[in-house]
Ligand binder design. Structure first.
Ligand SMILES: O=C(O)CCC(=O)C(=O)O
Length: 263
């Protein structure tokens, strides 16, 4: 059961509209062309990135499949992080080799790649009442996929180069998504989106989802707690912004307290 993710053009959407319709409304939206006027969109070629941050050290995730799942027992492959220079990571991601795939995942731009920070201005749709928490870089080859999961913060996922295919599930679908409750990675689903196992996860087929393709320059708003499965359609470079409102910050604190108080 899948619908299209709603989309609006950047020019047609004010910050106030965005806040009222999508943040308060708890609805995802693709803002088309949101990043086309950023320095990152104009400048981020391999040559530019190598010149600016080639020698900076980052974590590169390696996996024996195209799905980069940190749950060792997921059956979706074994993802491990290793420390590399940005230049080496770029080389490994760009040179496919049999049996091993690489994905630069959620690397903090302010902490690890500070020379790039001025290239990614805070999107003008960030509500005035919101607090920006993190800005990350993602860089992967075609077919790289992060596992189906949710985050506790609101998210803007923006494409700089390449396209990504995204599937979204509302928090109300959680009972059909087989959350890895017992794991350290409890925000990750046990379902392999690429080959769902109907015997182990029979309810998954009836989960309602929406899907869409992010083109270069587009930015997707993923509300807090919405499940997302993201796959690169070609070599892709993206950034994401995690942010809180009073509601998401309070909900996170309450969940943490409740977990601590559990016998
Ligand atoms: O782009 C991806 O692979 C995943 C992005 C994501 O999970 C996020 O921004 O929270």
């Amino acid at each position: 059961v899948s619908a299209d993710i709603e989309s609006v053009s950047a020019a047609a959407l004010t910050r106030e509209d965005f806040d009222a319709r999508f943040v308060t409304g708890d609805r995802p939206v693709v803002i088309r062309g949101a990043l086309t006027d950023t320095p990152a969109f104009a400048r981020w070629t391999d040559e530019y990135l190598l010149g600016r941050v080639g020698q900076r050290r980052i974590q590169l995730t390696a996996s024996d499949t195209h799905t980069f799942n940190p749950n060792v027992d997921s059956g979706m492959g074994h993802a491990v992080e290793r420390d590399e220079t940005f230049a080496e990571a770029l080389r490994l991601v760009s040179t496919p080799r049999g049996g091993e795939s690489f994905y630069v995942m959620q690397q903090s731009i302010p902490d690890k790649l500070p020379e790039l920070l001025d290239d990614v201005p805070v999107p003008r749709w960030l509500p005035e009442r919101a607090t920006l928490a993190r800005v990350n870089l993602w860089f992967g080859a075609a077919d790289s996929a992060s596992p189906l999961h949710f985050d506790s913060r609101h998210n803007f996922l923006g494409m700089i180069r390449g396209r990504k295919r995204v599937d979204l599930f509302a928090p109300s679908e959680t009972p059909r998504l087989y959350q890895a409750e017992q794991s350290r990675h409890r925000h990750i689903s046990q379902v392999d989106m690429l080959v769902p196992d109907a015997d182990r996860f029979p309810l998954f087929a009836s989960a309602a989802s929406s899907a869409g393709t992010l083109e270069p320059g587009d930015m997707l708003f993923i509300p807090s707690r919405w499940w997302h499965f993201v796959r690169s359609l070609e070599t892709s470079l993206s950034v994401n912004f995690w942010w809180d409102t009073a509601d998401t910050a309070r909900a996170r604190l309450e969940r943490r307290l409740r977990r601590r108080l559990q016998p």
